[in-house]
Design a protein around this ligand. Structure first.
Ligand SMILES: Cc1cc2nc3c(=O)[nH]c(=O)nc-3n(C[C@H](O)[C@H](O)[C@H](O)COP(=O)(O)OP(=O)(O)OC[C@H]3O[C@@H](n4cnc5c(N)ncnc54)[C@H](O)[C@@H]3O)c2cc1C
Length: 406
């Protein structure tokens, strides 16, 4: 057996690459279990620049035990989501959450991780890593870092997948663009606009924020015209004269998890593993949860290896528990992706008919309301293919906080 040369004073048990919600959650839960953890982040400041619509459900915070988030980071309390169809008709889903100030939220997560014992190396861009005798050598612009395990939390660019080729084809990415806009009044609801002309294969949003600001953006398969279409949308909702505080563009994984989310000595979390909610691409709750599952998997592997006197605790056989665990928790991706395809294949006319079929409020539908939907579907939805409608509606139901939708 090869002896592993490892000094706990100079080397880290786990290196977490990327200080987004996934990496910070992993680092916190690792450090909490007395596992020596270093976070490597390419930017000088954690959380900045913000690259997110910043919506997060109250349930996500509760589930993750994050109930002491400072109010400055929580931002604006949200009452629910309005889904607005091309004809302007809408249906609401009431579910509480926040439009965070996500930079402050991530800095709060960092403080928790540091208080638990993790350390941070900022302005540290990792570009390569390789493993020999159970130890990773991690090359960055700053230094060579050694660790026994890696948590890859590098976001949609998924450095681990690039280096280890865990899924040569995945994940598929969809383009997003967003402006932070000033002077926008709100009624506490997030607005999702379904508009196949401006956002084919995606949707547009208006996420109200504190201090009368809003994130206005879209995801769309038409990446070439994405900013042009966002400007048209701003005019449509009467915000074209408002000051744009900050524009940005980004990519979001949209095809579900990559084929394999772990390998010897490494676990991929958050966007790096392809974990976003399939319908509306929210990824923060899944990032936080996958980081936690990764941390507990690594801690358990360490414990088992100590019992069995294994030289390397992070063998695939022990890390496969990560996939077993997230599959138990996370939504059934293949099913939802199929429903999403049906939803985005509806024409504008069909979507407007669906708007008439659905009630004004989708929250806690009882049997009578469901039967009324069916009656309207058969009465006025002659142009709608029924199986596509049911599959699309099922996919919609996976967008709630309970199903890790936001
Ligand atoms: C336009 C847009 C709007 C969105 N809106 C929402 C929303 O409202 N709600 C929601 O839940 N989700 C939303 N998302 C998705 C959400 O932002 C992501 O799913 C979530 O941030 C994923 O977290 P993460 O930690 O996996 O990755 P990220 O948040 O992307 O964090 C990755 C971190 O890794 C760092 N990094 C990357 N490569 C390296 C490297 N080589 N070396 C060192 N550091 C590195 C990055 O700097 C970054 O800090 C949105 C995304 C976009 C693009």
């Amino acid at each position: 057996m090869v002896e592993i040369v490892y000094s706990p004073n100079t080397e880290n048990e786990v290196a977490v690459i990327g200080a987004g919600p996934a990496g910070l959650s992993a680092a916190y839960h690792l450090a909490k279990q007395n596992i020596k953890t270093i976070i490597l982040e390419e930017h000088p400041q954690v959380g900045r620049p913000v690259h997110c619509g910043e919506g997060l459900s109250s349930l996500a915070l509760k589930r993750m035990g994050l109930e002491d988030v400072p109010s400055s980071a929580l931002g604006l309390k949200i009452k629910g989501i309005k889904i607005i169809f091309p004809n302007g008709q809408y249906t609401v889903f009431r579910e509480e959450g926040y439009d965070l100030n996500k930079d402050l939220f991530e800095q709060y997560l960092l403080e928790k991780a540091i208080a638990a014992g993790a350390s941070l190396q900022a302005e540290c861009r990792v570009f390569q890593f390789s493993r020999k005798n159970g130890i990773w050598s991690i090359n960055s612009n700053k230094m060579l870092i050694k660790s026994k395990a890696i948590v890859d939390a590098t976001g949609y660019q998924s450095l681990g997948n690039k280096i280890l080729n865990l899924d040569p084809n995945g994940p598929n990415l969809i383009a997003g663009a967003q402006y932070l806009i000033d002077n926008v009044k709100n009624d506490g609801f997030i607005e999702f606009y379904i508009d196949p002309k401006l956002a084919p294969g995606g949707y547009l949003w208006l996420m109200p924020k504190d201090k009368d600001r809003a994130n206005v953006g879209l995801v769309s398969t038409d990446s070439i015209n994405i900013h042009k279409n966002l400007k048209i949308f701003l005019t449509k909702v009467g915000l074209d004269k408002n000051k744009i505080i900050r524009p940005f563009g980004g990519m979001i994984p949209c095809s579900g998890p990559i084929k394999k989310t772990y390998a010897e000595g490494i676990i991929l979390v958050g966007d790096a593993a392809g974990f976003t909610s399939p319908m509306f691409e929210g990824g923060t709750q899944l990032a936080l949860k996958s980081g936690q599952i990764a941390a507990y998997t690594l801690a358990k592997a360490k414990e088992i290896a100590a019992e069995k006197k294994l030289a390397d605790p992070y063998i695939e056989e022990l890390l496969k528990n990560y996939e077993i665990e997230w599959r138990k928790n996370f939504p059934p991706y293949q099913k939802i992706l199929q429903g999403k395809k049906f939803f985005y294949s509806f024409s504008e006319e069909e979507l407007n008919t669906i708007a008439k079929i659905l009630p004004n409020d989708l929250t806690n539908l009882d049997m009578v309301q469901k039967i009324k939907i069916l009656i309207r579907l058969f009465a006025i939805g002659k142009n709608i293919k029924k199986t596509n409608f049911f599959k699309a509606m099922e996919t919609f139901s996976y967008s709630v906080a309970e199903k890790y939708g936001w």
